[in-house]
Design a protein around this ligand. Structure first.
Ligand code: GRF
Length: 203
């Protein structure tokens, strides 16, 4: 069974959606560990409540390289095959990216490459886009930048506010993150330049 190492900093709704999908059997993986760099993250409490292995690994006061070494060690201790970033609010070092080649995923609440960085939903709303969305992508050393695995579009309704739009995007995040992971762990794929190519179609 593929072992997922979930890394988060906050609320953890994407993690919980993955945990639900694991429980339901639509995601055929196990959550090996949930790690938070913020000890007070609600996502960490939720993981404990579900009886999952939850590790608090505070990043405060540590430089990126030092912290990332600890994070790599914690993920290896729990034999994580994939690193699943789920609202992890730190940029990863090159050494971390090299430690898990093509095995780190992130979910971002915009249709990348539009609106990388913080508050992407508000950025998109303020820009006036008619189609917003979210992206599951591989992680490289640049912010919100690696090859795209899956995206979902969310039409912006004239009555939407930035907050209502964020809620609609979040529902799509919860749907496609697990779907993207399931596809990657069950069907052959390769990365050609920037393109994630599934080499056998799944109908
Ligand atoms: C999500 O919007 C995700 O796209 C972004 O951070 C947020 C995390 O939310 N990377 P949650 O902690 O999963 O609820």
């Amino acid at each position: 069974m593929t072992r997922l190492g979930v890394v988060l900093s906050g609320r953890g709704s994407n993690f919980l959606a993955l945990a639900d999908q694991v429980r339901a059997g639509s995601l055929t993986a196990e959550i090996a560990v949930v790690i938070s760099n913020r000890p007070e993250a609600p996502g960490l409490t939720a993981a404990r409540e579900r009886g999952l292995t939850a590790v608090s690994l505070p990043s405060r006061g540590l430089d990126r390289e030092t912290y990332d070494r600890q994070l790599i060690e914690a993920l290896r201790t729990h034999n994580a095959d994939w690193v699943i970033l789920a609202g992890y609010m730190r940029i990863l070092s090159a050494a971390f990216v090299r430690a898990f080649p093509s095995r780190i995923l992130n979910i971002h609440p915009s249709l990348l490459p539009a609106f990388p960085g913080l508050d992407a939903q508000h950025q998109a709303f303020d820009y006036g886009v008619k189609i917003a969305g979210c992206t599951v992508h591989f992680v490289d050393e640049h912010l919100d930048h690696g090859p795209i695995v899956m995206q979902a579009a969310v039409p912006v309704d004239p009555l939407d506010t930035a907050d209502s739009l964020s809620g609609k995007i979040l529902l799509e995040e919860h749907r496609i993150y697990g779907a993207a992971i399931q596809r990657l762990i069950t069907t052959p794929w390769e990365i050609q330049e920037r393109r994630v190519v599934f080499t056998r179609s799944t109908l």
